[in-house]
Design a binder for this molecule. Sequence first.
Ligand SMILES: *Cc1c(COP(=O)(O)O)cnc(C)c1O
Length: 432
Amino acid sequence: MKFYSTEERGLNVDLRSAMLKSLAPNGGLYMPMSIPTFTADDLQAMRHLSMPELSLEVAAQLLDEAIPREVLEDVIYSAVTFDAPVVMHNDRIGACELWHGPSLAFKDFGARFMAELMGYYGQSSEDWRTILVATSGDTGGAVGAGFHGVNGVEVVILYPKGKVSPLQELQLTTLGDNVVAVEVDGTFDDCQALVKKAFLDRNLEHKYLLSSANSINIARLIPQTFYYFRLWQQVKMVSEADLVVAVPSGNFGNLCAGVMAQQMGLPIKRFVAATNVNSVVPEYLESGDYKPRVSVATISNAMDVGAPSNFIRLQHLHGSTWNAMADNLEGFYLSDELTRTTMRAVYDQYKYICDPHGAIGFAALRKHLQEQEVGIYLETAHPAKFKATVDETLGIDCPVPDRLASLQGKTTYKETLGIDYSSFQQWLLARR
Ligand SMILES: *Cc1c(COP(=O)(O)O)cnc(C)c1O
């Protein structure tokens, strides 16, 4: 598989350089030059594969010999060590739980695959790489955990002060070793802007080999296609109805992966692009006007993004026309108050605890699902990651899985910086 850039159609790079560079020249994002498709017979043959077996078939098809099959097998079997189970609430609506990985959020799929791939490509190089990543909550934990202890790579994670949950902060700050957490006195967009500037900063080049693990990195999107196939397998066991998937979205990487899976031949009828009040994309789908803006803090903070970095990819995946995108994606957004109402309704009706992000997906389906369709929303994080909100909203004591509970009381390590680029640059230069 080869990649072009959204800023330069003629570019043609391989997976290794697309992954290591993250961002193409002039701020472009890498996109697959073509998306290989499965036939209906291929899909039929894949219906009973296990999660790692299925992931391997999808990856092999997508990457098309970019990596030797044995290596890909190692990467998949090391990275995809947990499942993405579908829990049906009734015969029409269900949740696909993407939080069974180590950091309890779907980003484990992308981060672990990418870490394994970097490990593979890194074997042939002496150079120490630095992964620079901005997080609004979950990316940092997944990337930190995925790369912790990986040889030849350090991770620098920027997160907005006071805007991630206490447990999310512990996930970032308790790893230590090759994982450095930087608290920025600003918003997620400020963190993302600092990261983008650093990538274009020539002054850093003599000291750093920078890579990104944000969802702008194409290597993270690839493994996110796997669970759409897994979801489809499970739905097919119980229903022949047309499949609609609601994707709680922030930077829209998850939705891009879904559309890629669909273009590989997976029969998804359409998607619902669901957000909180940071509703730039739903508004675009409605009006055709794209107006990025400053993000607003909400209780679904991993989706507090005012200028989604993967919007350009969504456009390219739809031939850069509004019509095609609006045909395939329905927009939906929800306030914090109605998110809480939805969490209560799901709990009362189905005894199921939704996290605030998943709840927005549920509400999106309740509004948009039509007769003769079956709808799955992505439950993007474990509810215990947002324990304060969940407990307060539902009046319960949400159980915390061991892998999260054990972080309490551990030593934390963090740096604190402002939002101006020069101090970030000085700090980076001074530590080498
Ligand atoms: C990252 C994240 C999202 C948003 O995903 P995108 O790919 O950025 O759209 C939604 N929910 C949770 C819990 C997340 O961590």
